[in-house]
Design a protein around this ligand. Structure first.
Ligand SMILES: *[C@@H]1O[C@H](CO)[C@@H](O)[C@H](O)[C@H]1NC(C)=O
Ligand SMILES: *[C@@H]1O[C@H](CO)[C@@H](O)[C@H](O)[C@H]1NC(C)=O
Ligand SMILES: *[C@@H]1O[C@H](CO)[C@@H](O)[C@H](O)[C@H]1NC(C)=O
Ligand SMILES: *[C@@H]1O[C@H](CO)[C@@H](O)[C@H](O)[C@H]1NC(C)=O
Ligand SMILES: *[C@@H]1O[C@H](CO)[C@@H](O)[C@H](O)[C@H]1NC(C)=O
Ligand SMILES: *[C@@H]1O[C@H](CO)[C@@H](O)[C@H](O)[C@H]1NC(C)=O
Ligand SMILES: *[C@@H]1O[C@H](CO)[C@@H](O)[C@H](O)[C@H]1NC(C)=O
Ligand SMILES: [Zn+2]
Length: 757
């Protein structure tokens, strides 16, 4: 998620409008007026058919295995125990995979805080608003339903979406009550203060009471005394209070005793408890909460992630390859799993796809989903699942589960409940990677304003600015690594996975003229809306019309998709950079309200996202594709420009002359231009089936005589100066990156040496 206190200056009126909306049923969310009118040439009938007609037997071929045990019934959900430590290390052999093991040994010793029982789900929204009651509350926006761990307030105080439960009175009889709706072994409470830019409120100490009927309450005892728990010292840091004796009850109350002297009684909470068999069984909580897929559903730290990737690659050596694109500040490698029928090679005409997760290290769900995905693709490929086999054969897939491993290690150590909202978001150097890419938007827009003839301004492959390539530029090593990766591989489509909201955002993320929020479409808006809608309409939580909003914005009103700039401006975002600097189309997926869901939520989150992750990848096979060749020699022409009439964004051919131009169904007039060749024009038809139309081009060399004429008239042979500048700046970025990395490696060594004395 991209918001936070730093967004304080964003406009405010928006949040008020969203409360009561007429919701149509799930199936039709994509069809609502607004979407259709903006994406004029998009065939939503076809989308609906396409996104709902999948064989629901995708996983039926797989026999339910050991992991199906997680789906069952009335036994207490036992706390996730640590798996036995594998004794053998993953033992990666090549240079990329080795190297940092020593650093890791020490890190692995810092144990994640283990909680006795899983969270009931105040944060994850598994606990519904109606399960939360309070002695009193100041107003609706500070009602008991807002007393959820990590809930975020709108910008202003005073609306319906404030950042805590706040009692109306300041006395010792105030309480927040949670109805677990079934007998539960309560083991602890996690407390946090109020989320607000303007008000400071938190609870210093509190008592706990328990009840089976909400009439007779038993105080939580500590020996012979009533237990008094230590609460918060600031608004944001979550503090865990373990009950001295775990107690069975259905209801639990948090009863503040002292609070910040200049504030009032406000708190956000999570409750830890193991559900017990319910004799009355009135609520259907026992219904399946798991996944039939046999995947490694738990949070993986860096070392465990490596191990898992290694095991997938061992299991499917023919279709996988692990490589590293560079290192984090702390020297952790940015590993990528490649999945393709010919790993390690670009095949002529085969599009390249990537998922990037963990750009914000604390948004941990994306990382786990990407790890799930690589396991799933490997398993299903081996089982001959047609859809997966087709995907792997026709696509070169790259999965980067952790773009900010340093940040994740920090959040992981605190654990899913105690990491808070921001810990681990930034890199070691405190850089937010999603605004660390070069801001090419403003370079392009400025150029457009200076130049009368718009056709002279490049609308693609914008070079890095000079300042960005220097050693002193605040460009994170993680960003440098990803930019370098973007050059090496001709990516066509990507999504980066975030957390903390439920919405898919598409570029531009950066608004024009510095507006805090403003609809800022790209020339490819209709295709981007299609892409976003494909993910959002197949995600089981987003698509649920009855879902509660996460924090304070109702994205359901927009069918769970929104233009990035229309949410809040982000200069230097990865989506904008991909689009303006490379051929790649990229969107941001905000996967869940909870940035770091408890491990027990991972199977259901996989189920929520499985179809979306697959169907989104399949979108790389849309629009037109082909090869641009020299008519005489038949050789592919690299860097030829593919222009589509009326679309002010060009793309270029890759090294072998192949190209992919994502487009919605329709008729297009396509022109190909290459240095030293006569331009070529043809019409290409794109249908609604999920298959790219082949549109090849054969270009004739400009005749020597024609060139001489041009020169004689004082003209110049058209030179692709922009392309040269782009290459030059990239070389410079690579050189400075190398110098920086060498310097950091020396510093790390010196630090390690000092530590060992
Ligand atoms: C949908 O479109 C119809 C016809 O254009 C219009 O009358 C109606 O008000 C629109 N509904 C909404 C919710 O915008
Ligand atoms: C949408 O596609 C379907 C079949 O895929 C076709 O029957 C229908 O006419 C198309 N609608 C539009 C508006 O193009
Ligand atoms: C929907 O899909 C089915 C089967 O995949 C196909 O037979 C049918 O023509 C499609 N309909 C539309 C409107 O595209
Ligand atoms: C759907 O699944 C059935 C049974 O597994 C299979 O026979 C059929 O070919 C599948 N259809 C498609 C369109 O993949
Ligand atoms: C609730 O009922 C259970 C089982 O009857 C009992 O063990 C437990 O002590 C009761 N809890 C409270 C708080 O009364
Ligand atoms: C329980 O009592 C012990 C010993 O007096 C004390 O250290 C601890 O803080 C108490 N815990 C709670 C939750 O009251
Ligand atoms: C509370 O407010 C008073 C008066 O503004 C101030 O003097 C005092 O330092 C504040 N206390 C704390 C703990 O901030
Ligand atoms: Zn994020």
């Amino acid at each position: 998620m991209h918001n936070g206190a730093q967004m304080a200056w964003v406009g405010v009126s928006f949040c008020f409008l969203l409360i009561f909306i007429v919701r149509t049923s799930y199936c039709f969310t994509v069809f609502n007026n607004e979407t259709v009118t903006v994406s004029n040439n998009l065939n939503f009938t076809a989308l609906f058919n396409y996104t709902t007609n999948f064989n629901s037997t995708v996983s039926a071929g797989s026999t339910p295995t050991a992991s199906a045990k997680q789906t069952t019934t009335a036994k207490p959900v036992v706390p996730t125990k640590k798996r036995p430590k594998d004794t053998a290390d993953a033992g990666f052999s090549d240079e990329d995979m080795g190297g940092t093991d020593k650093d890791l040994e020490t890190k692995d010793k810092d144990k994640t805080q283990e909680l006795e029982c899983p969270p009931l789900g105040l944060e994850s929204l598994r606990v519904e608003d109606t399960q939360l009651q309070a002695s009193s509350y100041q107003r609706m926006g500070l009602g008991p339903h807002r007393g959820r761990l990590n809930i975020q307030s709108g910008i202003e105080d005073g609306d319906l979406y404030d950042g805590a439960w706040c009692a109306q009175y300041e006395d010792l009889d105030q309480w927040l009550e949670v109805d677990a709706r079934r007998p539960t072994l309560f083991t602890g409470v996690i407390l946090q203060g109020r989320n607000s830019i303007w008000s400071w409120d938190w609870v210093h100490t509190y008592k706990v009471q328990l009840s089976n009927d909400s009439v007779y309450w038993k105080p939580c005892m500590n020996g012979t005394e009533e237990a008094v728990f230590e609460g918060n010292q600031d608004p944001e840091t979550p503090v865990l209070g373990l009950l001295p004796v775990p107690t069975v009850a259905r209801y639990i109350r948090i009863n503040p005793q002292t609070w910040y002297e200049n504030g009032t009684i406000c708190l956000r909470a999570e409750v830890l408890g193991c559900p017990l068999p319910d004799p009355n069984n009135i609520y259907m909580w026992e219904t399946v909460q798991g996944s039939k897929d046999d995947l490694d559903f738990r949070h993986h730290n860096y070392k465990e992630m490596r191990k898992l990737m290694k095991s997938v690659s061992d299991e499917c050596p023919d279709i996988t390859r692990i490589y590293s694109i560079g290192k984090s500040y702390e020297g952790l490698k940015l590993y990528v799993m490649e999945i393709s029928d010919n790993p390690g090679k670009h095949e002529l005409g085969e599009p390249e796809f990537r998922y990037v997760a963990g750009m914000h290290g604390n948004e941990a769900l994306g990382r786990e989903l990407v790890l799930n995905l690589m396991q799933y693709l490997c398993q299903q490929y081996k089982r001959g699942n047609q859809r997966v086999v087709r995907l792997v054969k026709d696509t070169r897939i790259h999965l980067l589960p952790s773009m900010n491993p340093d940040g994740h290690e920090g959040a992981y150590k605190k654990g899913s409940e105690l990491a808070g909202w921001a810990m681990g978001r930034y890199t070691y150097e405190w850089i937010d990677l999603n605004s660390n890419f070069a801001d090419l938007n403003n370079i392009m827009w400025d150029a457009q304003e200076m130049e009368q003839d718009k056709s002279k301004i490049s609308n693609h492959y914008i070079p890095l600015p000079e300042y960005y390539t220097s050693e002193e530029a605040m460009v994170a090593p993680e960003t440098r690594a990803v930019i370098n990766w973007m050059q090496d591989i001709p990516f066509v489509l990507s999504a980066n996975l975030h957390g903390g909201e439920l919405v898919v955002t598409y570029p531009f993320d950066c608004t024009r003229d510095w507006a805090p929020r403003e609809h800022t479409p790209t020339p490819d808006d209709s295709f981007f809306r299609w892409l976003a809608a494909v993910y959002a309409s197949t995600n089981q939580v987003m698509a649920n019309p009855d879902r509660r909003i996460c924090h304070y914005e109702d994205f359901q009103r927009h069918n769970n998709i929104i233009n990035g700039g229309d949410w809040h401006t982000v200069p230097g975002s990865m989506n904008d950079f991909s689009y303006l600097h490379t051929n790649c189309f990229e969107v941001t997926v905000e996967l869940s309200c909870d940035k770091f869901p408890h491990a027990s939520e991972l199977p259901i989150e996989w189920e929520n996202n499985k179809e979306s992750l697959l169907v989104y990848m399949e979108q790389v096979h849309r629009g037109i594709k082909g090869v641009v060749r020299d008519k005489d020699t038949n050789a592919g022409i690299a860097n030829a420009i593919i222009k589509v009439e009326d679309l002010d964004h060009h793309i270029r051919t890759a090294d072998d002359g192949d190209y992919w131009r994502l487009l919605n169904p329709g008729e297009y007039k396509v022109t190909v231009v290459a240095e030293g060749y006569i331009p070529s024009v043809r019409r290409c038809h794109v249908g609604s089936e999920p298959r790219a139309t082949i549109c090849d081009f054969y270009l004739s060399k400009m005749l020597k005589q024609r060139l001489r004429e041009i020169l004689a008239n004082g003209g110049k042979i058209p030179k692709d100066l922009q392309l040269r500048l782009r290459a030059l700046r990239l070389r410079k970025l690579r050189a400075t990156t190398k110098a920086i990395n060498q310097r950091r490696a020396r510093q790390r060594k010196a630090r390690a040496l000092r530590r060992s004395f």
